[in-house]
Design a protein around this ligand. Structure first.
Ligand code: ARG
Length: 287
C-alpha cells in the first residue's frame, strides 16, 4: 500500500517556507601557517615552481580565525612545526567525535610527521581516548560528521579499511563515498555538512554509485556546480546557520542564502595554491 505524503492543498514547492536556521557554538583547532609553502606537489593544485607566500597566507588565515571568533566559536591553536608546510590544514590531523580521537595516518611521507603532532596536542589538551590508526586516513579531510552518520571519502587518500576502523572505534555508522576527480582528492573538497542532517556537494566528484547514495540519503541537498567546486567552494564550514565559504563561490553563496543560511565569505586564495580552503584549516573538536 502506498501512502501519499500530506500536503497543504495550496502549497507549491516554490512557496516552501525558508526555515529559521540556528547556529551551534563550535570548538575548532587551527594552526597558523607560519611555515606555509608549496615545495612539493601531492595534489593537482600544488605547483612548487609557482610557490606561495607565507605572509599572505598568514593574513588570510587570521581573517578566517577572526570570522570564527566573531561568530562566537572557540578557536584553539596548535604550534606550527618548521618543515611541515601543510600543517596549516588542521582538518587532516584527526577525527574527533564524542570526545574520542581517531588519529590520522597520512598517505604521503611529506606529511607523516603531522599525525603525532596533532595526537600529542589532543592528548595534552584533555582528550584521553586517542587511537593511533592502523590504516591510512587523513582525518576530517575524508571524514565528515553528521548527526546520524559519518560520511567517508576514499579513492585518493583514505583507505576503506580506515572507514571500518573509525566506525568500530567511534560507534557511529560510516558511509563510504568514492571520489573520482583528482582535483577533489579529499571528501571535504567536494562536500560539506549543512547542519546535522543535510549536505551540499558537487556530484561530478563522485562515482555513479556514490552519487546515488548521496541522492538517497540527502534528497534535499544543495547541489553545487563545477564553477563553485573549482574555487574550492565546497570546502566550507557550517555551524547550522552561518557558512564560512570561499568568496569566489558566487553561485553557491546565492543558493545558501535562498535556503536560509548566512554565508560568511572569506578569501583564502593563497592557501588554495596548496589545495586547501576554510574547512581544510579547521579541525572540529566534538566533546
Ligand atoms: N596540500 C595538502 C594536501 O594535499 C592540502 C590538504 C587540504 N586539506 C583538506 N582537508 N582538504 O594534503
Amino acid at each position: 500500500m502506498s501512502v501519499m505524503p500530506a500536503m497543504e492543498p495550496n502549497t507549491t514547492v516554490s512557496e516552501r517556507a525558508v526555515p529559521e536556521r540556528a547556529a551551534l557554538r563550535r570548538h575548532f583547532l587551527m594552526c597558523r601557517p607560519e611555515h606555509f609553502a608549496v615545495t612539493y606537489a601531492i595534489n593537482p593544485w600544488m605547483d612548487p615552481a609557482r610557490g606561495a607566500d607565507a605572509g599572505k597566507a598568514v593574513a588570510q588565515w587570521e581573517a578566517l580565525r577572526s570570522a570564527y571568533v566573531a561568530l562566537g566559536h572557540e578557536v584553539s591553536l596548535i604550534d606550527p612545526v618548521e618543515g611541515l608546510p601543510d600543517m596549516v590544514f588542521a582538518a587532516n590531523g584527526a577525527l574527533v567525535v564524542g570526545g574520542r580521537v581517531y588519529g590520522a595516518r597520512f598517505t604521503h611521507p611529506e606529511r607523516h610527521a603531522e599525525a603525532p603532532a596533532y595526537a600529542a596536542w589532543l592528548r595534552d589538551n584533555g582528550f584521553r581516548d586517542v587511537l593511533e590508526p592502523r590504516h591510512t586516513n587523513e582525518g576530517e579531510g575524508d571524514f565528515l560528521t553528521l548527526d546520524d552518520v559519518i560520511l567517508a571519502g576514499t579513492g585518493f587518500r583514505t583507505e576503506i579499511a580506515a572507514h571500518q576502523e573509525a566506525q568500530e572505534f567511534l560507534g557511529r555508522p560510516v558511509v563510504t563515498l568514492r571520489l573520482v576527480d583528482p582535483r577533489f582528492y579529499h571528501l571535504d573538497t567536494a562536500l560539506f555538512p549543512l547542519g546535522g542532517d543535510n549536505v551540499a556537494y558537487f556530484p561530478g566528484a563522485f562515482s555513479p554509485g556514490s552519487r546515488a547514495v548521496l541522492e538517497r540519503l540527502f534528497p534535499d541537498a544543495v547541489i553545487a556546480g563545477e564553477r563553485d567546486a573549482a574555487v574550492l567552494g565546497l570546502n566550507a564550514v557550517c555551524d547550522g546557520r552561518n557558512v564560512v565559504v570561499n568568496a569566489e563561490a558566487a553561485e553557491l553563496i546565492g543558493t545558501l542564502r535562498d535556503r536560509g543560511f548566512e554565508p560568511i565569505p572569506v578569501d583564502l586564495s593563497e592557501l588554495r595554491k596548496a589545495g586547501g580552503g576554510p574547512k581544510c584549516c579547521t579541525l572540529e573538536l566534538r566533546a
